[in-house]
Design a protein around this ligand. Structure first.
Ligand SMILES: Cc1cc2nc3c(=O)[nH]c(=O)nc-3n(C[C@H](O)[C@H](O)[C@H](O)COP(=O)(O)OP(=O)(O)OC[C@H]3O[C@@H](n4cnc5c(N)ncnc54)[C@H](O)[C@@H]3O)c2cc1C
Length: 392
């Protein structure tokens, strides 16, 4: 496309949603993606994954997910939806194009990808977190003889048959991978370092997200206070299972720390039934064993690190000023930034669903791009506290 109004980096949900929202304002955007198809990250998530946010609140702007998908669409259905979404809005990303750097060029942004250089007055970074798995280190890690993989490399229980597996981290990926392993009869332990929050995926017959959205205008602490008794009643005592409930309520945890509570789909029942063992923080590793801070060392054959992601966009934006924090995370997502014409979409963890937030951010970006002269973009930036997504 010659002379686009915007260049979008990434053809995942955020990139597609932004392209459609710009299109709805009559703006032309080119989408670049290093992969060969839309939704590439969803194509490689673990096999059993279903959305943990309900279909009704997970669709992108302009196209609802079909009711045939059920309340919680499968990974394959979500990929199917993204393909249909791109086709419906005639989005034609340029695939197999890795963006190496984005640099300011006068009032435009120059995007460096392969041998090609493209420029536009607006660039939207929608590159997600998948490239930034967080891998913690423990003493003795290099000597451990078993496999250590990040949750983003886990597919299904098959390679773990007959093994003793330790899943590290109690986010939604950690909880679901532990469940996947336990259901396959694998000897499964989960290491839970700090206090946690657990929510049922559905409450009184409705998706938990419906409740969160209904309460979104309540002050955070008020909402958490009101919900605490019913959550306790529905989840039961987690202290008896060897875990500590976080002092911060679920919404406060998401808003302040970017940590998403476990939306339980059966993990707690498996723990209660003794099919998943719970241990605390890891102190060190030896060739066959993991030593825990507060319990005896145990033998494991494999470790799956469901320890989340820590995006660092500094390499991609070597010269951008005032848009990233010291760790390379965007300071604002879905709003104008300190750099006129530069936007991020989908980098903030939301208590009312990440995909829903992506749709909201995409439309807000389109409004900002449409509503201002290109050169004044960013003058009214509203930095919001960037939070680290912890979906491991
Ligand atoms: C396991 C898992 C389950 C989740 N489940 C839910 C859920 O149920 N509900 C919910 O609301 N949220 C969920 N999320 C959170 C979030 O909605 C998803 O991660 C979503 O895919 C984010 O969309 P995105 O477009 O920002 O990023 P991605 O889907 O990661 O897409 C980013 C795209 O950018 C491309 N790209 C990256 N770098 C470059 C580059 N340098 N050059 C060119 N292209 C590049 C990639 O190839 C990719 O196609 C989940 C997250 C994970 C990890």
């Amino acid at each position: 496309m010659d002379n686009p109004d915007a260049i979008i980096i990434g053809a995942g949900p955020a990139g597609l949603a932004t392209a459609t929202s710009l299109q709805a304002k009559g703006l032309r955007a080119v989408i670049l993606d290093k992969a060969g198809a839309v939704g590439s990250v969803w194509r490689r998530h673990y096999d059993r994954l279903h959305l943990h946010t309900d279909r009704g609140h997970s669709g992108l702007p302009g196209l609802a997910m079909p009711s045939t998908y059920g309340r919680y669409p499968s990974r394959a259905q979500f990929v199917d939806y993204l393909e249909n979404y791109a086709a419906r809005f005639n989005l034609r990303p340029v695939f197999n194009t890795t963006v190496r750097a984005i640099r300011r060029d006068g009032t435009r942004w120059r995007v460096e990808a392969g041998v090609n250089l493209q420029s536009a007055p607006v660039v939207v970074v929608a590159t997600g977190w998948a490239d930034y798995p967080y891998l913690p280190r423990w003493p003795g890690m290099d000597a451990f003889r078993g496999d250590i993989v990040h949750s983003s490399a886990y597919r299904n229980p098959t390679p773990y048959a007959g093994k003793r597996v330790l899943v590290v981290g109690f986010g939604n990926s950690g909880g679901e991978i532990a469940l996947d392993l336990a259901e396959a009869g694998i000897d499964t332990t989960i290491a839970v370092r700090g206090p946690v929050q657990i929510l049922p995926r559905d409450l009184l017959g409705l998706p938990i997200l419906t409740w969160a959205i209904a309460q979104r205008h309540l002050p955070t602490r008020v909402a958490d206070f009101i919900n605490a008794p019913v959550i306790r009643l529905s989840v039961g005592s987690i202290e008896k299972l060897g875990m500590r409930r976080a002092a911060k309520g679920p919404r406060q945890m998401v808003e302040e720390d970017g940590r998403v509570p476990l939306l339980d789909i059966g993990t707690v029942a498996k723990i209660r039934a003794g099919k998943i063992k719970v241990r605390g923080d890891i102190a060190k590793l030896s060739p066959d064993e993991v030593a825990f801070s507060q319990s005896a060392p145990e033998k494991f054959d494999a470790i799956i690190l469901a320890t989340g992601f820590r995006p660092n966009l500094r390499l991609l934006l070597p010269d951008a000023m005032g848009v990233l924090d010291d760790a390379g995370k965007p300071l604002a997502s879905g709003y104008p930034t300190a750099e006129p014409g530069l936007f991020f979409c989908g980098t903030i963890t939301s208590p009312t669903g990440q995909l829903r937030e992506i749709g909201i951010e995409a439309q807000r970006i389109a409004k900002a791009v449409n509503g201002k002269s290109r050169s004044s973009l960013g003058s009214q930036g509203r930095p919001s506290d960037a939070r680290v997504p912890d979906r491991g």
